[in-house]
Design a protein around this ligand. Structure first.
Ligand SMILES: Cc1cc2nc3c(=O)[nH]c(=O)nc-3n(C[C@H](O)[C@H](O)[C@H](O)COP(=O)(O)OP(=O)(O)OC[C@H]3O[C@@H](n4cnc5c(N)ncnc54)[C@H](O)[C@@H]3O)c2cc1C
Length: 413
């Protein structure tokens, strides 16, 4: 294979797939990920639609493929600052943040036990806190702790260092800048949830029991903040009636002008999570159109058979809170009957759209469209949700295609 490696930016399912596919046919691969662990958003999901299997199986297999392949070099807490050059010959400047924990770490957890300082868990979308020294998630790769120095309580550092038998804590680690020479770049930086606080009428951030679809995934996860029980945040009781607000941000010229592709499927999946916990629980899905493309139509039928779902065709106009019960009143117009609806529910889930994770950022050398999705270019190939909103299966297909394109470019030299 050609002399220069392939750089894969983003260690979610798309980046991981592109990296292993390219490396397993002989390419050298550098995989960089901005978070302390690989896995991306799928590591935060309870189950995958349509099969309702946990994403952990696929992740574990892929982590093993990476571990056993000496051609893949992984850098976590790393981000691209600048790209220059041309297809076949790029220079990429990468910033690597300090982890303050070295490779001696065995993830024994003794440090965490003595640490008093806490930080809000971004992995759990603010639904709980972790210690200042924490494992990103139970099956993180690399299986190493990370230290958030800003969250340390007085005396924590001394206690943590004394508790670590492996000499793994290194508070003197510094930020590093590395320059890589690569032949092709696969851009797989994925997506982030649209900022729900921008949807003024939907009450996110004002009313405790208005949550997002990704928070719902964390509530349903056995290693999430509630140990897998779906409980409404205000009083930790299981909700009996939940409203799902579709197109929260998507298909709206004032927010995300495109369809986020997976939100209808995600809400159907969430209604099955509810049914699994309480077969009597009701889901009300407020929608513009239910989009379950291609073979996913079968999943719609399955959800309709297994869960108590009422579909209401109408955009939600506003959400108000009953200050006493913390229930929510959802107002919408049912466009089929023409009637105004005021539904009292225990919890609301906003089916937030997916926005490119790099939206609003400028990375010299990288071309993006007006929404932040990467443009196709000869040597910089986008895949997964960095390219467009996608499900996992299609993300993986685009990642495999990107690996092939990148191999062709480095072979040409
Ligand atoms: C509520 C919800 C439920 C879903 N459920 C399902 C489901 O059941 N089944 C299904 O098929 N799909 C589901 N999806 C879609 C699924 O999450 C995506 O298809 C999948 O995450 C795409 O993977 P990705 O690798 O392209 O992006 P991501 O998962 O976003 O991974 C991108 C990676 O790149 C990293 N990164 C970001 N910026 C940088 C940077 N500048 N430098 C380096 N690294 C960076 C990120 O930290 C991340 O690790 C769901 C989506 C939502 C919103």
């Amino acid at each position: 294979m050609g002399q220069l490696p392939i750089l894969v930016v983003g260690g979610g399912i798309s980046g991981i797939t592109a990296a292993v596919e390219a490396a397993e046919v002989g390419a050298e691969v550098i995989l960089i990920e901005k978070e302390p662990s690989l896995g991306g958003r799928v590591a935060q999901l309870r189950y995958y639609f349509p099969k309702l299997c946990p994403p952990t199986c696929g992740l574990e297999i892929n982590f093993r493929r990476i571990k056993s392949n000496p051609r893949i070099k992984v850098y976590t807490m790393a981000e691209v600052m600048e790209i220059s050059g041309e297809p076949g010959n790029y220079k990429v400047k990468v910033k690597i943040r300090p982890r303050y924990v070295n490779d001696n770490c065995t993830a024994c957890g003794e440090c965490e036990k003595v640490c008093e300082g806490e930080r809000v868990s971004d992995f759990d979308f603010g639904l709980r806190k972790t210690k200042a020294i924490y494992l990103p998630y139970p099956m993180a790769f690399p299986m190493k702790y990370v230290l958030d120095k800003d969250a340390l309580a007085p005396g924590d550092l001394e206690r943590i260092m004394a508790a670590c038998k492996y000499n793994a804590i290194d508070p003197d680690m510094k930020e590093e800048i590395k320059e890589f020479e690569v032949g092709a770049i696969i851009w797989a930086t994925g997506w982030k949830p649209y900022d729900a606080t921008k949807l003024d009428n939907l009450g996110y951030g004002k009313f405790t029991n208005v949550i997002t679809n990704m928070q719902m995934e964390r509530l349903a996860s056995p290693w999430g903040p509630t140990g897998g029980k779906i409980l409404r945040p205000s009083d930790n009781t299981p909700p009996k009636k939940v409203a799902f607000v579709q197109c929260a941000g998507s298909r709206d010229e004032n927010h995300l002008p495109y369809c986020s592709y997976i939100c209808c499927l995600a809400s159907l999946k969430h209604s099955l999570y509810l049914a699994e916990q309480d077969p009597e629980a009701e889901a009300l899905i407020f929608y513009i159109d239910i989009r379950t493309p291609g073979r996913y139509e079968k999943f719609l039928r399955r959800a309709q058979e297994e869960a108590r779902i009422t579909f209401i065709k109408g955009k939600v106009a506003k959400i108000e809170e009953d200050p006493e019960t913390k229930d929510l009143i959802v107002t919408a117009e049912d466009t089929l009957s023409g009637k105004k609806i005021n539904e009292r529910v225990n919890m609301v889930v906003l089916a937030l759209g997916m926005q490119p994770s790099i939206a609003g950022m400028e990375i010299p050398g990288l071309k993006v469209d007006e929404n932040g999705f990467v443009f196709y270019e000869e040597g910089i190939i986008g895949c997964g949700c960095a390219k467009m909103p996608l499900d996992v299966m299609t993300s993986n297909e685009t990642a495999t295609g990107a690996a092939l394109k990148a191999i062709q470019i480095i072979k040409r030299g």
